[in-house]
Write a protein of this length. Sequence first.
Length: 456
Amino acid sequence: MSKIQDAVVDMYEQLPVPYGLVRFGVAPDHPEVKNCQDKFEEVAESARFNYIGNIKVGYDVELAQMKPHYDAILFSYGASEDRKLGIPGEHRPGVFSAREFVGWYNGLPEFQDLAPDLEAGDQAVVIGQGNVALDIARILLTPVEILRRTDITEQAIQALSRSKVKSVKVVGRRGPLQAAFTVKEARELMHIPNVAFESIDPSFYPPDIKKLPRVQKRIAEVLLKGSNDALENSQRSWGLSFLKAPKSLNASTSSEQLSSITFAHQAFASDADPFSRSAAVVPIEETSTIPASLAFRSVGYKSTALPGLSELGIPFDTKLGIIANDPYGRVMSPAEGPGDLTAGHVPGIYCAGWVKRGPTGVIASTMEDAFTSADVIAQDWESGVPFLNSPKNENSTSGLGWDGLKHEVIKKGARPISWADWKRIDQKEKGRGQKVGKEREKFSSVEEMLKAGVVG
Ligand SMILES: Cc1cc2nc3c(=O)[nH]c(=O)nc-3n(C[C@H](O)[C@H](O)[C@H](O)COP(=O)(O)OP(=O)(O)OC[C@H]3O[C@@H](n4cnc5c(N)ncnc54)[C@H](O)[C@@H]3O)c2cc1C
Ligand SMILES: NC(=O)c1ccc[n+]([C@@H]2O[C@H](COP(=O)([O-])OP(=O)(O)OC[C@H]3O[C@@H](n4cnc5c(N)ncnc54)[C@H](OP(=O)(O)O)[C@@H]3O)[C@@H](O)[C@H]2O)c1
């Protein structure tokens, strides 16, 4: 908006409330991370920005319906699915995806009926070793008195206060030098009161860890030093287990409920440097089975195609789970004819965020990436390349944006939420939170959100 004079931006959001994973992904005990909302607020205050909440693009409003009313459309709808393991038992009771569990404790309406049974046993296993895996381990192990002061849902607090989980194992298919988590998150787990760390085998590291690249060296120091509390004096513990790929999620003979997990052991490939970040592993004969009453699949999120993309000539790469784009966010389509040389920009179509880059990256890097996409739109506009309204596309734009659509969309039964409506929801959540000594008590159903958005 600052780079194109008079540009108006309509932002569609499927939920009544904004902020995506910042609200529904970022762990509740990391409130400082949510400061990026301030930047958002600043933009939203502009008279040239419209927030259109509670409208799901591709469902409540079709892309083909939108196209005549805009010069450009930027897709930034994140990753609303997760990667599957493709192993037996993945759907049995007691097995959850990280996305479901994180959404549950953060108040995402879709997962409020998840009802994870935290009383079923004392060992939980997290499969995958990224930062989301460590978030889950931390939420399961942190004393409820600490979590209670955050914006975690009351429902999650109730369940966590009854939890019988005493040990959390975070299992990776490669080694500690290949794990995806970062040092800050590992260190935090080491400092949870009354939680011990099960020490790791130092042979995973070279004799002199000082020679490791800085990032790996710092993680190695934290893991080798371990926790403040010793195992024998602690009520709870966590551990990292390496070179184990999940093979099956098993139930006991008497019920369908998860009772154990079998792992196929891995070894570094013969031509791999085991101290390299990218070292590959291969399966070996050995397997092992560990008891588990809860398992969390934390192996990454996944973006999917929105209905109507292909009608607009927008290619979705199902393998990478992204909208095909040049590195700057221009959506690229292989034009007629063979080979990449004929690939061209789909006029007026751009992308940003996880649907552009894949489901990795922290908020800072995602924002940087989005700024690049925005700069590219401004550059293209300045340089006069075709947009959606180009006569070359045999198409013209009404220029009305949401104003040209809302009548029809509302007539179909949708109930859009404005920024002012959201601010009312926000105030009410903060008010509810204040009563119980927390930043906010989120509304966790769409109905409650809509009700709170009404004036009065
Ligand atoms: C569990 C978890 C914890 C994280 N914690 C941190 C952290 O502590 N620090 C950090 O820096 N990064 C963290 N990240 C990473 C960070 O959240 C992401 O980098 C960032 O949110 C990605 O932004 P995005 O806009 O691509 O996707 P999202 O944040 O997911 O935003 C996409 C938005 O699109 C909406 N949407 C989807 N489909 C439609 C549709 N059809 N119509 C309309 N709207 C739609 C969604 O509701 C959502 O609001 C975390 C990620 C996860 C998964
Ligand atoms: N506090 C924070 O800053 C914070 C918190 C949460 C999330 N985030 C960010 O959000 C992004 C997403 O995090 P994420 O944890 O979902 O993803 P991630 O960082 O990509 O980690 C995924 C993990 O799953 C493993 N994995 C993938 N497929 C597997 C399979 N089939 N079997 C076993 N293991 C498998 C990966 O191992 P391989 O390496 O072997 O593939 C990796 O350990 C990351 O960029 C992360 O840093 C940041």
